[in-house]
Design a protein around this ligand. Sequence first.
Ligand SMILES: [Cu+2]
Length: 187
Amino acid sequence: MNPVRKLGVVAGCLLLAGVMQSQEKSKGAEDKTSSAPTPVQIVALDECDPTTFNAKIGPDFCKNVALGAQTTFDELFAKAAAGTPDPNWDFEPDVLKIKKGTPIIVTDQGGEPHTFTEVKEFGGGFIHDLNGGEPVAPECEGGFSSLDVAKTRILQGSQLQVTGLSKGEHHFECCIHPWMRVTVEVK
Ligand SMILES: [Cu+2]
């Protein structure tokens, strides 16, 4: 091999080594990204009837595209009072098992606001007529005049992120519709 060709082969090898090294590097970077915990999703659902809800509470309160699945304002209260609250007001899933450090993202895909409030024990919310006789959970007391409740509010179409949960069992409920409940087990 003449010296010039030999140099070419060496340069080629070096180039290849360089490419392999940079591939190795980007693989390493990818691994780092994928080891960061992927957030888990919870959705808040409801089927508020825009006509009756907005007549009672105000324009644009309920922004639900109900397509025939709506519950009227009075029906919602009647069902809750009877102890059979409307199952379409719901967090999904109801039970979540996560590793410590995994963020939770709650998205309100219903038509009206909800809260995702951590409580020590499940109880009623701050609208007494929706509690079916259950005593108010202390964490929900005061409604939105309480900063702690207001901070956990989720408006229609928006998200709330929950991070930093300690290991063990955590209870979350909606302080408006207290039958909307989630248990999170952190391992
Ligand atoms: Cu709610």
